[in-house]
Design a protein. Structure first.
Length: 94
């Protein structure tokens, strides 16, 4: 069993909705990934994803339904990254 399959199961158990993606990209491995913004995948679906694509990656579905915000910031400047993170913490309050 893939270690990431265990992580996927834990994410589902904790109420997160996951979307399968190719491990080295942000491209989903399923058609219609927006579906997972409205519902969680089943354990059976997730097992099927990993069977078809063993080196699968995972993304989290986000939006107001879930009560959290995901920000993807690709910045190689460490000092700028710290400033951005501190600004976000001040703005969001955590």
């Amino acid at each position: 069993m893939s270690a990431l399959l265990g992580v996927a199961s834990q994410l589902l158990d904790n109420g997160y909705s996951i979307i399968p993606k190719y491990s080295a990209s942000a491209v989903p491995t399923v058609k219609g990934p927006a579906e997972f913004s409205h519902r969680q995948a089943t354990e059976r679906e997730v097992a099927r994803w990993f069977k078809r694509t063993p080196d699968l990656g995972l993304a989290l579905a986000a939006g107001s339904r879930f009560g959290y915000l995901i920000i993807d910031c690709d910045c190689t400047n460490r000092e700028l990254s710290r400033k951005i993170l501190n600004h976000l913490r001040d703005a969001v309050g955590s």
